[in-house]
Design a protein. Structure first.
Length: 318
């Protein structure tokens, strides 16, 4: 008999103690091919989150076993599937051993939603085959019921019967869960001395720079290729969202350059224009150096988001 890693009471206690904790999608843990996904916690490297990749038939005892019926004349078949998205305890123990932490440091990832339940479409549109499955499979460790009815076609009845008794029918469901993920990771490589010289040569007579002017000059230098810019991002996201994140990365660069090269103006010039932002002056103590000629700036941002994924459901008796 397979032992399942359920431990519901501990999971509730653990989750209550980590209410603001989330798995970090940027820190996946190797599972040596085991059928589960594991991620480190975003804040604590000794905590781990896991999610199964398949809903399997219930085999622990006879309480929720699936039921398959076929009449003697092969004219009708009924199958009531009961399964659970569970993970065997032995799998968790193997991963925990590799990470050198106790099994108690692992907790399941809770689902925000499930949708788009679909099964292999070899019977799609067949009037002799009817399906009934839930619109939402529920949360982790909840029972997933599916029922199938086949009638009037002995050959089809036998085919479905053999598939269910064999490897099972293949189905999938889309799921979502909250996790930390990368918004962007940007790398800027540029000559900080050159940037300083550009502002120095273009300085106003008063020696003041307004925020809007700083932004304009830095954007101009970026378009001229003064900044070697590389952005790590998921290319499957919509272009408009990617553009927003590239803009956010450059805004972070601007803030860093302003901090490195400028100081807030102690006395503002007369006749300041509205909506120009704060006034700055170039640092008098800036020292040109070889290191600054190859200045590397790394920026990153992450946030809690709903991760879209998919798990399988194997409609079989065992």
């Amino acid at each position: 008999m397979k032992s399942l890693f359920i431990n519901s009471l501990f999971s509730l206690i653990f989750f209550a103690g980590t209410a603001n904790a989330y798995p970090d999608l940027m820190q996946p843990v190797g599972t040596s091919g085991l059928p589960l996904k594991v991620f480190k916690d975003h804040d604590r490297s000794d905590l781990f989150w896991y999610i199964p990749i398949s809903v399997e038939p219930w085999t622990r005892d006879s309480t929720y076993r699936s039921a398959l019926f076929k009449d003697e004349n092969n004219r009708a078949l009924s199958f009531v599937f009961r399964g659970q998205p569970s993970v065997e305890e032995s799998m968790i123990r193997e991963v925990a051993k590799g990470q050198k932490v106790p099994v108690a440091n692992f907790t399941p990832i809770f689902l925000e939603y499930s949708k788009d339940f679909t099964c292999q479409n070899i019977y799609a549109g067949d009037p002799n085959v009817t399906w009934l499955f839930p619109n939402q499979i529920g949360n982790y460790l909840e029972m997933v019921p599916v029922s199938i009815r086949v009638k009037n076609d002995p050959e089809l009845v036998n085919e479905v019967f053999n598939l269910i008794n064999g490897g099972g029918l293949a189905c999938t469901v889309s799921v979502g869960f909250k996790a930390y993920s990368m918004a962007y990771k940007a790398h800027y490589n540029f000559d900080l001395n050159q940037v300083y010289s550009r502002f120095e040569s273009s300085a106003h007579a008063e020696g003041f720079w307004w925020e809007i002017d700083l932004h304009t000059v830095l954007q101009s230098m970026r378009q001229e290729g003064a900044f070697d810019f590389h952005l790590d991002e998921d290319t499957t996201i919509p272009t408009s969202v990617l553009d927003q994140k590239m803009a956010a990365a450059f805004e972070d660069l601007e803030r860093n350059v302003i901090t490195l090269l400028f100081t807030p103006a102690m006395k503002l010039p007369n006749g300041s224009l509205p909506d120009r932002g704060k006034a700055f002056s170039l640092r008098a103590d800036y020292i040109r150096s070889e290191q600054n000629s190859h200045f590397l700036l790394k920026l990153s941002s992450d946030k809690v988001t709903v991760k879209n994924s998919q798990i399988g459901i194997r409609l079989g008796v065992k």
